[in-house]
Design a binder for this molecule. Structure first.
Ligand code: 2YG
Length: 276
């Protein structure tokens, strides 16, 4: 799993409003709306619940330690979405205890292994990896006008790719699994095959063939520039939860609104909505 750098996230706070507008243009729905689509909840009902839903973001110093601006950025995303969010004055155990003592509705925190939200009342755990896959597939579906019966290429068959493929099956799409390690793609195929729609799941070992045949792509790898610019046809639509982006800067300029990529926003929004 990729560890974010401060430089990955330092722009987020000041660009939330413009990113939200861009998403509305691309998908017809805001960050909050896409998160509701991923959670399968009604947007109006969810909005009503955010008021007074206090979320405490707790910096965690374990392992490789705090990422400067991480907690503040998570907090800014939550506040932008209408949650009553703040960064805890205390880190780690003290911060968690304080959240309970102050009656917070939920906490959000990340160590080197997991980034989670936890609803302190009903014990729901929102996992960033799982919800990032789900929310980017929702965004792709909204951008594409639905993915029912359509083949969708999933690049990267790790935890985000798996969550993406599961959501694709929920939406009636036909996941085509690719991983740089074919055995990883085959292992995911074995996991998905017994699920409803699992019989439509395919494994692709030749990336260039897949990219020339399938215009809908979920790029969930931790590598940069995995999709060569010359593969970016005017039919392609890409949701790219992988960090760094699998589409180059040149490629992103070429396909413009047909690419959705961010490093923290949509996943955090999906976590927050799933805690309501
Ligand atoms: O509290 C802190 O500042 C640090 N303990 C945060 C460490 C986060 C490590 N994890 C990552 O950087 C990413 N897995 C977060 C999610 C990226 C978006 N999918």
């Amino acid at each position: 799993m990729t560890r974010l750098k401060t430089s990955d996230i330092s722009h987020i706070n000041r660009s939330l409003a413009s990113y939200d507008q861009a998403l509305i243009g691309q998908t017809g729905r805001s960050m909050f709306g896409i998160a509701c689509h991923a959670a399968g909840t009604d947007e109006q009902a969810a909005r009503a619940k955010t008021d007074g839903f206090t979320v405490r973001v707790i910096p965690v110093t374990s392992g490789l330690g705090v990422i400067s601006r991480f907690s503040e950025t998570v907090c800014a995303i939550l506040a932008f979405l209408g949650f009553d969010a703040s960064v805890s004055k205390q880190t780690d155990v003290a911060g968690l205890a304080l959240a309970f003592e102050e009656g917070a509705a939920a906490v959000m925190m990340a160590d080197d292994r997991r980034f989670v939200g936890i609803n302190l009342k009903n014990r729901t755990v929102a996992d960033n990896t799982v919800l990032t896959g789900r929310v980017f597939v929702s965004a792709l579906s909204l951008m594409a006008g639905g993915l029912e019966n359509k083949p969708v290429l999933v690049m990267g068959c790790g935890p985000v790719g798996e969550s993406s493929a599961r959501r694709l099956l929920d939406l009636g799409a036909r996941p085509c699994l690719y991983d740089i390690r074919p055995d990883t793609a085959r292992a995911l195929h074995r996991v998905l095959a017994p699920l409803p729609g699992g019989d439509t799941v395919r494994v692709e070992t030749e990336l260039s063939r897949a990219l020339s045949a399938i215009p809908f792509i979920v790029e969930a790898t931790p590598a940069a520039d995995t999709i060569p610019d010359h593969r970016l046809t005017d039919q392609v639509r890409i949701a790219a939860p992988g960090v760094p982006s699998g589409v180059s800067h040149t490629g992103a300029r070429m396909i413009g609104a047909r690419l959705i990529h961010d490093k923290l926003e949509l996943g955090t929004a999906a976590m927050a909505v799933s805690l309501l």
